[in-house]
Design a protein around this ligand. Structure first.
Ligand code: SAM
Length: 493
């Protein structure tokens, strides 16, 4: 049975991320478009696309943790790194002994990096099988334990302390409460120890007296860890036990993004799509918690998370509003110290970390997005970009970012911005640790060099000697563009 697909970097039989056929064909067409093929050759473009789908199924090789550096000297930060190392060792099970201690990123002093281990070869398959859903499985590959709520199937005899093999259900073939092993596509995630019995995970709930519902299995009643991974296919630090006032796990390009915005104390800054707030808190720290940082997100519950995250980190300069940022600019709005909408040219710097197709997120084995959904993002992003341009002061900085790999949402959006708003120009980025823009898009070669694309495909070309810097390359797929607005008048709105 195919219970171990895609886990090896050399498994040529696995064809990578499973997409709806219409999406697969569309992406293939864009990555093999005429311009790219004539520039790079068809063979290269085909191979690139195949590598892309494959690398998206593999977790990044590094875990990145940002340290709360508010009011901290370099000495304090070294101390925090020591605390982080101690916390990782004391709070984790034996898997952490396989990991090297964290080190600080050479260009970002508040960023700790830990190299993960894996895929571990030759792990024995045990008789007792636990099945978890796709989302839970993907988090396990990045170091998470298995929470009781994520368990779909478990043997009838499962009791606390049992050794189990854990699988992710890749094609929804497992019913909640299933006792027998599944026969659909499944991915082996490693072995662990059950910390709950089957009865504690599932209980029989009699909803009414008719025979049909009598034995229906209800969702799990207990929370907390259900399986402690002892020998995972990938070994990465567990993150949920870290002190939330001091440490925040983030993907490396997200940390780079706030640095590229380059926020300064006493500025007025807008984070247009801010939840869950990783970049917001980072921007607030980089501006030394001095000035005004407006964080908008259209979902109220998510906005509440940003507020609690900010207060956890001792930040006072963050204002949060649940608001639709496609309406954040209003020509005749009164300049205000309160919530949106705002008049033109209100902000010194704006971050638009846009809603996107999120195809750069790894690992993922299946993505059920439809083609119309995929195609809906560029126009939505343009609405937000148009608002951002209007709200930016002359001389101000706009950073646009996405966690996806499509050129329509990345390079081509930049080309559209430059054409539509002559007051904007591309600016170099610091740090520029990722790659350049994709060739064969609407950007010129010069413009490609100014944008920053984190392209995990590049890590698949690296030979072993070049591994030293792969923490900047072996990341999720991500894109950053930095614009400056000219001080000259252009009258576009
Ligand atoms: N910047 C965030 C961070 O680093 O934690 C991640 C942002 S996430 C990529 C995109 C966010 O945009 C989601 O939280 C979503 O709720 C929000 N969003 C989508 N459409 C929006 C709109 N019209 N106005 C405001 N927020 C929106």
């Amino acid at each position: 049975m195919d219970d171990n697909i895609g886990v090896s970097r050399t498994n040529s039989e696995h064809h990578g991320l499973v997409l709806k056929e219409e999406v697969f064909l569309y992406l293939k067409e864009t990555f093999l478009n005429e311009k790219r093929v004539s520039k790079l050759g068809e063979e290269f473009c085909r191979d690139y696309f195949q590598r892309l789908l494959l690398v998206l199924t593999i977790p990044p090789s590094y875990t990145v943790i940002r340290i709360n550096s508010l009011d901290k000297t370099e000495k304090d930060q070294n101390f925090l790194l020591k605390i982080l190392t101690d916390e990782l060792i004391s709070s984790q099970n034996e898997r952490v002994t396989k990991l090297c201690p964290p080190f600080v990123h050479p260009s970002m002093p508040d960023t700790a990096i830990i190299e993960n281990v894996g895929p571990v070869e030759g792990i024995e398959r045990l008789e007792a099988e636990i099945v978890v859903d796709h989302a839970c499985g993907m988090s396990v590959l990045r170091g998470s334990e298995i929470f009781a709520q994520g368990i779909l199937g478990a043997p009838i005899y499962l009791k606390r302390g049992d050794s189990v093999s854990v699988y992710s259900d890749l094609d929804h073939s497992c019913l909640r409460g299933q006792t027998r092993p599944i026969h659909g596509k499944k991915l082996f995630l490693g072995n662990g120890e059950a910390t709950v019995s089957r009865d504690e995970v599932f209980c029989k709930k009699i909803t009414n007296n008719d025979d049909k519902n009598r034995n229906r299995i209800s969702t799990s009643l207990i929370s907390g860890v259900g399986v402690k991974m002892t020998n995972g296919l990938y070994c990465a630090p567990r993150l949920d036990t870290l002190n939330p006032k001091l440490f925040f796990a983030q993907n490396l390009p997200s940390v780079v993004c706030s640095y590229v915005l380059d926020p300064k104390p006493n500025e007025t800054i807008l984070d247009m799509c801010a939840a869950p707030g990783g970049k917001t808190t980072h921007i607030a720290i980089l501006m030394k918690d001095c000035g005004r940082l407006v964080a908008l997100d259209r979902t109220l519950s998510k906005i509440q998370r940003i507020s609690s995250l900010s207060s956890n980190w001792g930040l006072t300069c963050v204002e949060t509003y649940a608001f639709d940022s496609t309406k954040a600019f209003k020509k005749d709005a009164y300049p205000t110290t309160g919530g949106p909408p705002y008049p033109a040219e209100t902000f010194d710097r704006i971050l638009l970390d846009a809603p996107c197709s999120a195809l750069g997120q790894r690992p993922a084995y299946r993505n059920n997005m439809t083609l119309s959904n995929l195609k809906s993002y560029p126009s939505y992003q343009r609405k937000l970009l148009t608002q951002a341009e209007a709200l930016l002061k002359p001389g101000g900085v706009l950073v646009y970012s996405t966690c996806t790999v499509t050129q329509e949402e990345n390079e081509n959006q930049v080309a559209w911005m430059l054409k539509t708003f002559p007051a904007l120009s591309l600016s170099p980025q610091t740090p520029h640790v990722g790659g350049v823009g994709l060739p064969g898009t609407l950007l010129t070669e010069q413009q490609q060099k100014l944008v920053q694309r984190f392209d995990p495909v590049v890590s698949t070309y690296n030979d072993a000697e070049e591994k030293s810097k792969t923490f900047d390359i072996d990341t999720i797929g991500f894109f950053i563009a930095k614009f400056v607005k000219s001080k000259k008048q252009f009258h576009t709105h």
